[in-house]
Ligand binder design. Structure first.
Ligand code: PRX
Length: 654
């Protein structure tokens, strides 16, 4: 296990506690600890009650069938996710309530009421049907953060198709791999997207990806930017979204009833091998998790204006930009672009302009805002805010305090939500009207979730200890499998500690039972809250003909949480020049996406290996973080890593 010793030490000495403000508690959806007790006494009854908050076309009578590691929740019920997020709010007083306030990076705006959003979704569902989309077909969406992305995913849900969203920052190659794994025959993309005033060539990337996707028959292209030079619309394959929408029927679209366990979407995430995993989420269980956590953790009310800064291309955007808040009938603020465009106060300007009440963002962003200084949020009225949230990585207490004081005016509780693509919804988080907050701790499992910290043998670690974080009972929004690879599902999550879900994270649990997440214990990095597998980057590096071997690690980084350090052995006769460093960094960005670009590349004649040939990344982390080397006795040649350390220190610019 890699525990960041310095941070761990800071966490252990963190003793501040913030009980809920009485004014917050008074209005909170949950203001007493009873819910914890009820859920602990009967978890299934608790979840059944939560699931009844959804709208069912056929109510369920069964709660859970658990055949480890396969769970089925509410499995004799039927429902549709678009009904639950949109149509059920299109009646009565909420019909004309604002569902979505969207702002583009250049400053353009779109405001859609629930009824307007519903009509767009219906039209898009008609369009998909006209294109021949059938229930259970996979549709890949490779789009910027624009309203059409929300419309397309809900339209897919309405016709019973499975969406597979690929983050717009992924490269053509990464897109190709994900399209092929899902077996999508339809791709929806845009001409381009805006990012820091520049355009991201989504259609060109799609064209490049599709050179290796023979099964893709149709591409629908949203015109977002316009006048993109050299845009190549292939007759018979490509069509414009606006034209296809104009041709589609304007009749209301009857939602296709879905069985509770039917797949709502797949979403790819990085694992410990080079091949990304298509995480499979169900319809009813996932929606139950999304909806419940929005009500209980975000205390979401119909009058809230809710802003989650995540891209919909990641799970946070799926659950907390779209399915959760819309299922609660909230008003969602969605922003297309970068936080520093045109200036570094863009988020604060958005909060002021729309009167945002709940803000959900990532520690890496908070640390960046800290660095930019308090004057920027100081330019704006932020007193509409009443609740703050963080996600994606551990938050250091210093950043927590800054968020609390400078953004929240020492008035807003912070919900530090620990969860994963696989868990679908927040698992460990305060309930803001009940739980005392401790800066840096995600606190305790939410009602209905059961966690533990265990040692390598699977024995529960007593309070005050650290170990592996596991979830001990199935929960409605858990992943159901890995697309096309149930064996990998079982091996990755369930075989390590039989009957329990292994998260891949380490955690410390204090005397009060609070969880302090210590980061990944597997070969997965967390770069600015994005999960990237070390193997993916290593494969991208060795793909260059000059590279013989590579080992990649995530090293501690003040802003990003972790940054990628690559150790590379070159083939005989190749010289490790600065130009080659630049070329290799670019190569990784081209193969995976800019977020996987290594921070530094370090050439070495040899890598530290065990006698069986396994690279010891733990020692490389020691080297990159300037620590004393850990145990080197299992190395085939301990002098390799000593030499590496000296060489690294001699070259390290810091
Ligand atoms: O290591 C944990 C970290 O992010 C991982 C999950 O990444 P991903 O599936 O991309 O989902 C990110 C958003 C849900 C976890 O295994 N992580 C997530 N939230 C927290 C966190 N680490 C500490 N504290 C958190 N609040």
């Amino acid at each position: 296990m890699s525990l960041d010793e310095e941070n761990f030490d800071t966490l252990l000495h963190e003793t501040r506690k913030f009980p809920p403000h009485p004014s917050f508690r008074q209005q909170a959806t949950v203001s007493s600890a009873d819910l914890y007790h009820q859920a602990a006494a009967n978890g299934e009854a608790f979840w059944a009650e939560q699931a009844r908050e959804l709208t069912w076309s056929k109510p369920f009578t069964e709660i859970l069938a658990w055949d480890p590691p396969h769970a089925r929740w509410f499995y004799d019920g039927e429902l549709n996710a678009a009904t639950n997020t949109v149509d059920r709010h299109r009646q009565g007083a909420t019909k004309n309530k604002v569902a979505l306030i969207w702002e583009g990076e250049p400053g353009d705006q779109v405001v859609l009421t629930y009824d307007m959003l519903g009509r767009e979704v219906d039209r898009a569902a008609q369009m998909l049907t006209a294109l021949g989309v059938q229930p259970d077909d996979r549709i890949t969406l490779y789009l910027p953060m624009i309203p059409e992305l929300v419309i397309a995913m809900l339209a897919a849900a309405k016709v019973g198709a499975i969406h597979s969203i690929v983050f717009g920052g992924f490269s053509a190659e990464a897109l190709r791999e994900r399209i092929n794994d899902a077996g999508s025959r339809l791709v929806i993309t845009a001409d381009a997207g805006w990012r820091r005033g520049k355009t991201v060539p989504l259609k060109a990337n799609t064209d490049a990806a599709l050179t290796g996707c023979p099964q893709v028959e149709q591409v629908v292209v949203v015109e977002r930017v316009g006048q993109i030079a050299g845009l190549n619309m292939i007759p018979g394959r490509d069509r414009w979204w606006h034209q296809a929408m104009a041709e589609a029927s304007t009749a209301p679209f009857a939602p296709v009833p879905r069985h509770a366990e039917d797949i709502l979407f797949t979403l790819y995430t990085s694992g410990t091998t080079g091949k990304p995993k298509g995480i499979v989420h169900s319809t009813a269980g996932y929606l139950t998790g999304a909806n419940t956590s929005c009500r209980l953790v975000f205390d979401l009310k119909p009058e809230d204006v809710y802003f989650c800064t995540a891209d919909i291309g990641w799970i946070t955007g799926h659950t907390y930009v779209v399915y959760g808040p819309l299922s609660c009938g909230a008003t969602v603020v969605m922003y297309e672009g970068a936080p520093d465009w045109p200036d570094r106060d863009r988020y604060w300007a958005l909060i002021e302009r729309y009167g945002v009440t709940v803000l959900y963002t990532a520690p890496t962003s908070i640390r960046t805002f800290m660095k930019w200084g308090p004057e920027l949020p100081g330019r704006h009225r932020l007193d509409s805010l009443r609740l703050l949230g963080t996600v994606g990585e551990p938050i250091n207490p210093e950043a927590w305090m800054w968020y609390y004081e400078v953004i929240g005016g020492a008035r807003c509780p912070i919900v530090d939500t620990w969860w994963q693509t696989e868990t679908g919804a927040a698992m460990i988080s305060p309930l803001p009207g009940v739980t005392d907050l401790k800066p840096g701790s995600a606190s305790v499992p939410v009602p209905g979730i059961f966690a533990d910290v265990v040692d390598t043998h699977g024995h529960s670690v007593p309070p005050g200890g650290a170990g592996y974080l596991v979830l001990t009972r199935p929960w409605p929004s858990m992943l159901r499998t890995i697309w096309g690879d149930d064996q990998r599902y079982q091996d990755t999550y369930w075989n390590r500690f039989p009957g329990r879900y292994f998260t891949g994270d380490g955690a410390h649990r204090d005397e009060d039972g609070y969880y302090w997440i210590l980061g990944r214990v597997d070969d997965v990095m967390n770069i600015s809250g994005h999960r990237i597998g070390t193997m993916e980057v290593e494969s991208a590096l060795v793909d260059d003909h000059r590279v013989a071997e590579s080992a990649v690690i995530g090293r501690q980084h003040d802003l990003k949480g972790q940054a990628i350090s690559a150790f590379v052995t070159l083939k005989d006769g190749i010289e490790g020049t600065p130009e080659l460093v630049t070329a290799l960094k670019q190569h990784v960005a081209d193969k995976i996406g800019p977020m996987a670009r290594p921070e530094e590349i370090f050439f070495t004649a040899e890598l530290p290996k065990t006698r069986s040939g396994k690279i010891m990344r733990r020692l490389l982390r020691d080297v990159a973080e300037g620590r004393a080397l850990g145990d080197t006795t299992t190395l085939a040649d301990p002098t390799v890593v000593e030499a590496l350390k000296q060489q690294y220190e001699a070259q390290d610019p810091d």
